[in-house]
Ligand binder design. Structure first.
Ligand SMILES: [Cu+2]
Length: 382
């Protein structure tokens, strides 16, 4: 006992306490705290978090205060004969009712904020967000804009061959553009497994579930670039599907929309065009190298039995419809994924390339696939 006393009251322990105190006061507490974000909701969530944090601090101090006081005031030395009382209905009522009231007091502001978050009314701009393994797709429902957003970080940075950039693993090839001061509603879903769309600055964290549509909304006051990521473990590249939203002035947004739309129209015109075999093959070669060669090899012979050869394959030789279907839908339970995100022109080119290369044209029906065939296939699915 005296040993412990000596320790508690020794000058050494005061030195330790003093050090702890100075570390505590100099630490950058804000860096450890939840961030406030940039929207009304995110600030509300922050206030709520602080309120409940301080309630917990007070409760903690009270409970541990009583605990330590009792340990000190009722040592065996001071109280050799312990009290033997049992149960006290009064005290039990008090320690049930008080926490109950505290919980109600916390639930009132929390429910108000939740209600606000779960507003599902349409926004000024409605964007469908679709999670894929492992990237996001965005569809602007009013403006008919649709694009995929992929991680842009260089592989060399990931493998430590070059220094990591400022936005390491938080940069994408196409940002989600939105105007400031407008209500943006996100309709969040997924195409394969469960993902979750999370942007801390907006206090949005919403599961993306195949077959369900969850909603979230925000109004952003300040222009800026806001970053987030998928926050539901969704497979091996879960860490590589970041989210980047850029909030801009209305004029800049309008300009972007019109550029995106004219690009879409240009693509539609390309689709309508009459394509020659040579043009398709030329486009298809590069697409094949980028999208297919990893498995089916540059010479088309694949690595059987895992990756089938496309040379002399019955489907590639004579069954154009089946080949379109495989490319559009993928093959369930195999490494052959759907390539439906390719444009109609790209899809037709890569299929034609495989049908015309490596002597396939001579052995099979030699037919080509044109963009209109892909459009027809898509329409037959609606
Ligand atoms: Cu994911």
């Amino acid at each position: 006992m005296t040993n412990i006393r000596n320790l508690i009251f020794s000058s050494k322990s005061y030195a330790i306490l003093l050090t702890l105190f100075s570390v505590a006061t100099s630490a950058d507490w804000n860096a450890l705290n939840m961030t406030q974000g940039v929207t009304e909701i995110s600030k509300e969530v922050y206030e709520l978090h602080m309120l409940i944090f301080w309630i917990c601090v007070v409760i903690g101090l009270l409970v541990f205060g009583v605990l330590f006081y009792s340990m000190y005031a009722h040592t065996k030395k001071k109280n050799p004969i312990p009290a033997t009382f049992h149960e006290s209905t009064k005290i039990e009522l008090v320690w049930t009712i008080i926490p109950f009231l505290i919980l109600i007091a916390m639930a009132v502001p929390a429910s108000k904020t939740l209600q606000n978050i779960y507003d599902v009314e349409a926004g000024d701009i409605n964007i469908q967000v679709v999670g894929y393994q492992w990237h996001w797709q965005y569809r602007y429902l009013e403006d008919d804009i649709s694009f995929f957003s992929y991680l842009m970080t260089d592989l060399d940075e990931i493998y430590n061959k070059v220094p990591k950039g400022e936005n390491y693993l938080q940069e994408v090839d196409e940002m989600v553009l939105v105007p400031i001061g407008k209500k943006i509603r996100f309709l969040i879903t997924a195409n394969d497994v469960i993902h979750s769309w999370w942007i801390p600055a907006f206090a949005i964290k919403q599961d993306a579930i195949p077959g369900f549509i969850n909603t979230a909304w925000t109004v952003i006051d300040e222009p800026g670039v806001y970053r987030g990521k998928c926050t539901e473990l969704c497979g091996k590249n879960h860490a590589f599907m970041p989210i980047v939203v850029k909030a801009v002035e209305q004029e800049e947004y309008d300009l972007w929309v019109s550029e995106k739309r004219s690009a879409a129209i240009a693509l539609a015109e390309l689709t309508e065009e009459d394509w020659t075999k040579e043009e398709l093959i030329e486009r298809g070669e590069a697409l094949y190298a980028k999208n297919c060669a990893a498995c089916h090899q540059t010479n088309g012979q694949g690595l059987p039995p895992i990756f089938p050869s496309l040379v002399g394959s019955d489907i590639v030789l004579n069954n154009k419809d089946e080949q379109i279907k495989i490319l559009m839908e993928g093959v369930q339970g195999s490494a052959m994924a759907s390539f439906s995100y390719l444009s109609e022109v790209e899809m037709a080119s890569v299929i034609t390339y495989t049908r015309q290369s490596w002597g396939n044209a001579q052995k099979g029906d030699g037919e080509i696939v044109i963009p209109k065939d892909i459009v027809e296939y898509k329409q037959s699915k609606i």
